[in-house]
Design a protein around this ligand. Structure first.
Ligand code: PLP
Length: 424
């Protein structure tokens, strides 16, 4: 067999080069490659190893192992494709308790991480319909999560809109949805936002969310809201906001950013019809999901402890990391070149804008990689626009979830490289 034989069209799309493939390769190299110890990893979205949270996971595993029935149930059963019934019930009751959402287990499905929830949702909703009419996911604002960009089984599944940029002095800015440009057309399959937004750390305001919900409802399209970093877990949200759900909204959650990315556990909350379809796809693609994350988290969700830990440990941890990284930037960048930071309202990243950068951020990425620093070039986050935008070549994402030493040294290397470009 010729291993290089031509692939199918879908095969070429899924197995070709993409931002997320590059990002995950960098991540693997930085965590377990031969040079891992000498790399400054400011690229991927791996959560920090927070000692209190790690102890919680270890204690839960010890409890499970000590209970042979529970351990056998976790390891030796396929659960149904929607997830473990006790887990689905606990999640629906937790959201009822905290937010008053009228949900039952039929409104919840577990997936292999939030990532595969998105693959399934986009594949179900977008692409050619039975009349061969193309339907697309509308991103009300880019930059938006790099991990959506190559999803969907057809080309050009996304359309997106530029945001308005609000400036706060020379050094800070914030994106806002430009509702004047957000026209929904018959080819709109769904609206989708991450809240907080990866990469910018933007948190859409309650009033922006209300307007999106109204627009979606008026046009009878679903509004997908990605809570990977959001409330109520891990609640890496530094502004005061209220999550929303109604049967027209599809919410996704994940156990990854609260500290369990290795368990690959995503949670979708939606109308039962959507859940039923998503569950069918799970059966076809993977039979069932991983049980381990659900087993670890179940009593913590039932008791409200996961939300308490998110509020008292996880959120303050990232808020402090964010403040530290911003202070280091101030010290290291000085006034040596023009830059601005997106107002950091949540998630694990700083989004930096260099309005006079003379090279693309892909080139900056290559230069920094030679100096053992990994960042994410901003270009990848601006997919679906109908015209080029200079701003998309002027921004980078850095994570602050690593150790203070890594963050400080990484920012020092970045500053030194930017200085060498003689921006002014
Ligand atoms: N959504 C956003 C915004 C993310 O940043 C990520 C991961 O980084 C995901 C979804 C998917 O995460 P997971 O599949 O680990 O739940």
């Amino acid at each position: 067999m010729n291993p290089k034989r031509p692939l199918s069209r879908v095969g070429q799309k899924l197995a070709g080069h993409s931002g997320i493939v590059e990002l995950m390769a960098d991540l693997g190299e930085a965590t377990s490659g031969p040079d891992a110890a000498s790399l400054y990893m400011m690229g991927g979205g791996t959560p920090a190893h927070i000692p209190t949270m790690q102890k919680v996971w270890r204690d839960r595993l010890a409890e499970i192992i000590a209970d042979s029935d529970a351990c056998d149930r976790m390891l030796t059963n396929y659960d149904g494709p929607a997830g473990n019934p006790a887990f689905l019930k606990a999640v629906s009751q937790c959201f009822y308790r905290f937010y008053g959402w009228d949900l039952g287990p039929e409104n919840i499905a577990v997936t292999t991480g939030g990532q595969s929830a998105f693959f399934t949702l986009f594949t179900l909703l977008a692409g050619s319909n039975a009349k061969s009419e193309m339907r697309r996911i509308l991103l009300p604002l880019v930059p938006e999560y790099i991990g959506y960009a190559d999803q969907g089984l057809e080309e050009s599944v996304f359309v997106s809109r530029r945001p308005l940029i609000e400036r706060f002095g020379d050094r800070e800015f914030k994106y806002r949805i430009d509702f004047d440009q957000l026209n929904i057309s018959p080819d709109t399959a769904a609206l989708c936002v991450s809240r907080p937004t990866n990469p910018s750390g933007n948190v859409l305001t309650d009033s922006e969310m209300t307007r999106l919900r109204t627009l979606a409802r008026k046009n009878d399209v679903p509004l997908i809201v990605d809570h990977a970093y959001g409330a109520p877990f891990p609640n890496a949200v530094f502004t005061d906001i209220q999550p929303i759900w109604d049967p027209g909204i599809i919410l996704t959650f994940s156990l990854s950013k609260v500290g369990l990315p290795g368990t690959r556990t995503g949670i979708v909350v939606a109308h039962e019809e959507i859940i039923a379809r998503l569950t069918s796809v799970t059966s076809i693609i993977g039979l069932a999901n991983n049980n381990i994350g659900q087993a670890i988290a179940l009593p913590l969700i039932e008791s409200g402890k996961l939300i308490e830990l998110s509020n008292t440990i996880v959120k303050p941890f990232y808020q402090e990391k964010s403040n530290h990284a911003q202070a280091v930037i101030l010290e290291e960048f000085r006034d040596d070149f023009p830059y601005a930071i997106h107002r950091n309202e949540g998630a694990f990243f700083l989004w930096l804008w260099f309005p006079e950068l003379p090279i693309s951020t892909r080139e900056l990425y290559e230069r920094l990689k030679k100096r053992r620093l990994l960042i994410i070039p901003g270009e990848y986050f601006f997919y679906g626009l109908d015209s080029p935008w200079d701003h998309s070549r002027q921004c980078i994402r850095i994570t602050y979830s690593q150790s203070e030493e890594t963050v400080r040294e990484g920012i020092r290397i970045l500053a030194s490289e930017l200085r060498s470009l003689h921006i002014r």
